[in-house]
Design a binder for this molecule. Sequence first.
Ligand code: ZN
Length: 445
Amino acid sequence: MTGYSTGTPDGELDLLITNGLVITLDDEGRRFQPGAVAVRGSRIAEVGPAASILSGRKASKTIDASGCVVLPGLINAHTHAAMTLFRGLADDLPLMEWLQNHIFPAEAKLREDWVYWGTLLACAEMVLSGTTTFCDMYLFEHKVAEAARAAGMRALVGEVLYDFPSPHYGPIENGLRFTESLIEEWRSDPLVRIAVEPHAIYTCSPELLRRCHDLATAQDTPLIIHLAESQWEVEEVLARYGLRPVAHLENLGLLGPHLIADHCVALDFHDMELLAEHKVQVAHNPESNMKLASGIAPVPALLEMGVNVALGTDGCASNNDLDLLGEMDSCAKLHKVAGQDPTVLSAATVLSMATRNGAKALGMEGQVGQLAPGMLADIIVVDFEQPHLTPVYEPASHLVYAARGADVRHTIIHGRLVMENRKLLTMDVGEVMERVRSYARIIRP
Ligand SMILES: [Zn+2]
């Protein structure tokens, strides 16, 4: 098997990661051992056997990945990053009681600097555990965008929109205007993109949902919503509109490949057919669904029907961490026990959900989620020289069932080393933690 490349083969490289086991997750599922990944600027220049890439090449920076696995950065398809502020604030409660009696009141106190520092804390945790892209919905989302940029993370973000007044923008008209201005402001940013994000059917009128859809379509950006998260939501939407949540969105003309539907737990067969027929993107959040006892999304069936299912953590208040390596483990095991079938959701399938499927869901297919020449250089290096990762028969198995976030040694985003040897290079993480601790003393005096 030979390497393959783009650009001038003997041009100087900015970064060379060599001597590791390279798992490309490309269409052919290529792996190289020992392999190398060469980066020029923000993009991958070459991927292949180390010997063929190394010959006569100079790089400004070389990472020796001996004993490590090199793979595409992980993609967190659904989170509320700044909810790190509420990590462990109210656990072991039903979804609606949790939201209405604990999270919404705490969020009423929110200020934009809290969101900035809470998001930066989330970025620290994500980069340290191998996530390079996240998809976010929250309040004061301009601060989420700024924090992602400061952390050097790739992100698809959007202000949460609903019928009642927001602690950030007040009435919904301002929210829609704010979303439009954010889209304009961040249009040419290399890392951050803005989406249109109505919260859920039970918090958004049909008219608001239609307006969100029209805005997303006009701006050619994804539309993101929590959908069919629990049986409660199904009953509520049935009572209000006489339709189940997915059918309600179909009726409003919202279903399509640009729609990212978070959760999709409470689905019947017809709901699944609609999601497949309209090529809706699904973001599955198994740990949040387990913790809030929302139910089990029918992920094996959705995948079987051809639906693209990505993986997310949801916010820290309902998880309570942002470690996608742990999330992959939970995901695979949840569906095996739910179906009483150990053959469903193989390690390889779940690894694809956290990489390739995530890229597709977020409209970044062909850009990230694989290691291939010309793609953006979002790469992680995982240290396999660990007792709990020895011996290695199948690396994908270890990544899903045995690795932990703390095994990620280096993280590269957009060609830039943002974590080296477990040290974050884009922020003072001690300062970030201290800021968040100071806000926590106000949240719960
Ligand atoms: Zn959520």
